[in-house]
Write a protein that binds this ligand. Structure first.
Ligand SMILES: *Cc1c(COP(=O)(O)O)cnc(C)c1O
Length: 457
């Protein structure tokens, strides 16, 4: 038996108290990044031969280091894609760590993977994919997109010998997330971008396909459509694109990393029609399904194809005679082997609250975007760049130049008031700097939005 160390007990209580305080706070400090040199000057060397001790290290964290992080769940953090993990999910994130579960194989993580799969069943049900479709939790949308592209590419290569020696080609639009281009690089496939940041329409896609050289046509194996662009919340014409993919025998991947949460919202579900025809889908629970980082998901219409692409020969698993040892191995369906059971916090939160609460919370994000749209139309110093889409709102401060937006963002952040960042929106062939809201946190209020807009006067 290990001797129970009283210091360790006290430390554990301190850490738990800190966690409870952080989970309970409704308006956490936004936090401001600092240069590494400045942080070093504040905390000094922390990794030493003898150790500085938990209490000292923890105090440095609380006093200095934590303050140099932006709290992504602040109700006036409307930049990038914010997050708003539920308390239940965060608590179970602690449990996930404390339980020391290896989440690659059923043999080691059956209980945890069972829970993940229950949560996954719900996510898959939102997509309307046919029976047999299933998915797995990944570290995020990037890893999910990578896992899907690899699966699609391996499937394409298996079709004939010529494909095995060709470099593949995928088509997406410039509204697609940067990770599509980055992961295509990893997989070493070319990407052709349809020149629109707006909704990718079937017609534009068909035109692009029709204008390919015959060699390009032969190399083309997948289309990546977006189910809620990160910049503007735009959903491509999934139904029309699916028809083309079927006709041209192309893999359809729908990247709904940000927008996927909105599948649960009755008010906008129809915008995703066609997603049920996808071959693979990315959805990030750590974006709009209130999971803590990091938790993405990749879903396949035919998981067997993913298994062919990703399974790492686990022959040493065969030695387990126990029937209970054989089941779903998450490592077979995505790029990672050793993994955290990162879907477990989502499972606990879903089990605790029920899926109806998710519906309400996501509808609230959509409603906040509509509220912001109305406020922007009412005020004379701002105007909408386009109608709010999902929970994204692009608007301009009339008369402002790019540097005015930058200064405004900086001032609001420095005061600890809000983090709202400008973005660029493509207008014809030029890019305009505009302001952007992305709502995730259901605790954001109309008053918050009003205050932010008024800070632009
Ligand atoms: C955020 C996002 C990604 C990347 O997801 P990570 O979880 O950050 O890896 C991919 N696609 C879209 C549409 C996104 O919004």
């Amino acid at each position: 038996m290990h001797k129970i160390d009283i210091d360790l007990v006290n430390m554990t209580l301190d850490v738990m108290k800190y966690a409870i305080d952080r989970i309970s706070v409704t308006e956490p400090k936004i936090g401001i990044p600092q240069k590494a040199e400045d942080l070093m000057a504040l905390v000094g060397e922390t990794i030493t031969e003898k150790g500085i001790g938990g209490e000292v290290a923890f105090n440095l964290w609380k006093e200095h280091l934590m303050k140099a992080n932006v709290s992504i769940d602040h109700p006036r953090h409307l930049a990038f894609v914010p997050a708003s993990p539920t308390r239940a999910a965060i608590m179970f994130d602690l449990v996930t760590s404390a339980s020391s579960i290896h989440g690659a194989y059923w043999m080691e993580g059956a209980g945890g993977i069972f829970c993940e799969n229950e949560a996954m069943k719900w996510i898959v049900s939102l997509t309307g994919l046919p029976k047999g479709a299933f998915g797995v939790f990944t570290s995020g949308g990037t890893a999910a997109n990578l896992s899907a592209i690899v699966t699609a590419r391996e499937y394409w290569r298996s079709l004939n010998d010529q494909n095995k020696v060709e470099k593949g080609l995928i088509i997406t639009s410039i509204g697609a997330h940067s990770s599509i281009k980055a992961m295509a690089k990893v997989v070493d496939v070319d990407v052709l971008l349809v020149d629109t940041e707006d909704r990718l329409e079937a017609k534009a896609l068909q035109n692009t396909i029709d204008n390919l050289t015959s060699h390009q046509s032969q190399r083309l194996f997948a289309i990546v459509a977006t189910g809620g662009t990160t910049n503007a919340g735009i959903i491509d014409d999934l139904d029309g694109i699916a028809v083309i993919c079927k006709k041209e025998q192309l893999w359809l991947h729908v990247d709904a990393a940000y927008g996927g949460g909105a599948l649960v919202a009755d008010s906008v579900r129809h915008l995703f029609n066609g997603i049920e025809k996808a071959d693979s889908i990315t959805i990030d629970p750590h974006k709009w399904m209130f999971s803590p980082y990091d938790c993405g998901a990749v879903i396949y219409k035919n998981p067997e194809l993913a298994k062919k692409a990703h399974s790492q020969e686990g022959s040493y698993l065969d030695i387990f005679k126990d029937e209970g040892a054989h089941g779903f191995n998450p490592s077979d369906y995505q790029i990672q082997l050793t993994r955290r059971v990162r879907g477990l916090p989502l499972w606990f939160s879903l089990a605790t609250h029920g899926t109806d609460r998710y519906k309400v919370a996501i509808e609230r994000g959509l409603e906040l975007a509509q509220i912001a749209g109305t406020l922007i139309q009412e005020k004379s110093h701002v105007e909408l760049v386009r109608e709010p889409s999902l929970s994204c709102v692009l608007y301009r401060r009339i008369g402002w130049k790019p540097e005015d937006y930058t200064h405004w963002t900086y001032e609001n952040h420095k005061k600890g008031f809000a983090l709202v960042t400008p973005t660029k929106w493509k207008k014809g062939s030029t890019y305009e700097t505009v302001s952007r809201f992305c709502f995730i946190n259901p605790d954001t209020t109309e008053k918050d939005i009003e205050m932010i807009l008024d800070s632009m006067i």
